[in-house]
Design a protein around this ligand. Structure first.
Ligand code: NAP
Length: 286
């Protein structure tokens, strides 16, 4: 059973109305999705008021039949409370495969969601923080129950805040987490060090920050066109014997590539460990 008014007008409820949900709701309503299609459930009266006033959507304190009679339920709560939230949702769902589930929670696997909510289409996603400014990238992976329509809905939803890539293998999520999930922080750290260095070498904090931030933005914009690889763009700004080469030589002498590789491995391993920890949680409670 579909609760929508057509293939392109799926209805949805966000469970959790925090940062990620707000970004997605902003992306939807900001691109002319009717507020009537969107509901949110959040225990905080302040958040409900804010979301309802800003976007004109209906906001509920707890899940009820109205909130669950939608095409898509989006799980946007912190991973640590997910077992509790899944248990709250279950009594409101029938055996009908609708609604499909889209989870943005890191470390909660497809199996845990299917086990808690019964057989239905489930998409697990790994968005990243730039989604908050509409420039995110989300990796998506699904269970076998997913049909083309569900895939289109998931793409449409996550596509409102950036790009989407689909994975064939859920195990790749840990590596994706290490690259694009944690990735923005690596670029922030590099920018932070550039600002510090500029100040230490004598520039004012204001000018140091403006130079470093706009340089990060400009480099990102050049990468975004994808007309050239990062390696080629780097080569193009590195004249033999020039200033850039002098700087890159220092990075290379200090094993820059190896440091990045080790950082990715550490993030991947941590993602695997947190996932395993979360996978144990529901079984402990059952
Ligand atoms: N923010 C990001 O950039 C980002 C990136 C990738 C993935 N994610 C994932 O997105 C998910 C949400 O992250 P977030 O940053 O949006 O977190 P957040 O801002 O803390 O939002 C979660 C919201 O859920 C509410 N909540 C708590 N219990 C609830 C319940 N039983 N039913 C409904 N809502 C409930 C929270 O209310 P209280 O605060 O009152 O508890 C809060 O408003 C997380 O699983 C995270 O892993 C986020």
């Amino acid at each position: 059973m579909l609760y929508n008014r057509g293939m392109h007008a799926y209805t949805m409820t966000f469970v959790g109305g925090g940062h990620m949900a707000s970004a997605l709701i902003g992306g939807l309503i900001g691109s002319d999705v009717s507020p009537e299609r969107v509901q949110v459930v959040d225990p905080s009266a302040e958040r409900r008021e804010l979301l309802a006033t800003k976007w004109g959507i209906s906001a509920h304190a707890a899940l009820d039949e109205t909130a669950t009679q939608v095409d898509v339920l989006i799980l946007a709560v912190k991973p640590q409370i997910m077992p509790e939230v899944l248990a709250q949702i279950r009594p409101h769902l029938s055996n009908d495969p609708c609604p499909m589930i889209i989870s943005v929670a890191s470390g909660i696997n497809l199996h845990a969601i299917e086990t808690a909510l019964g057989p239905r289409p489930v998409v697990r996603t790994m968005p990243n923080t730039p989604a908050l400014v509409g420039a995110g990238i989300t990796a998506l992976v699904s269970n076998e129950a997913l049909e083309d329509t569900h895939r289109q809905w998931a793409n449409d939803l996550m596509g409102r805040v950036g790009e989407c890539v689909w994975l064939d293998d859920e195990a790749d999520i840990d590596l994706v987490t290490a690259i694009s999930g944690s990735g923005p922080a690596y670029f922030f750290a590099l920018t932070e060090h550039l600002v510090t260095s500029a100040i230490q070498h004598g520039l004012s904090p204001t000018i140091a920050e403006q130079l470093a931030h706009q340089t990060a933005h400009g480099a990102g914009q050049m990468l975004k066109t994808r007309e050239a690889s990062a390696a080629l763009l780097r080569q193009q700004v590195t004249s033999p014997g020039g200033t850039t080469e002098a700087a890159l030589n220092v990075l290379n002498q200090n094993q820059f590539a190896q440091i990045v590789d080790e950082a990715v491995s550490a993030a991947q391993a941590r993602s695997q460990a947190l996932g395993a920890q979360n996978a144990e949680q529901p079984s402990k409670e059952s």
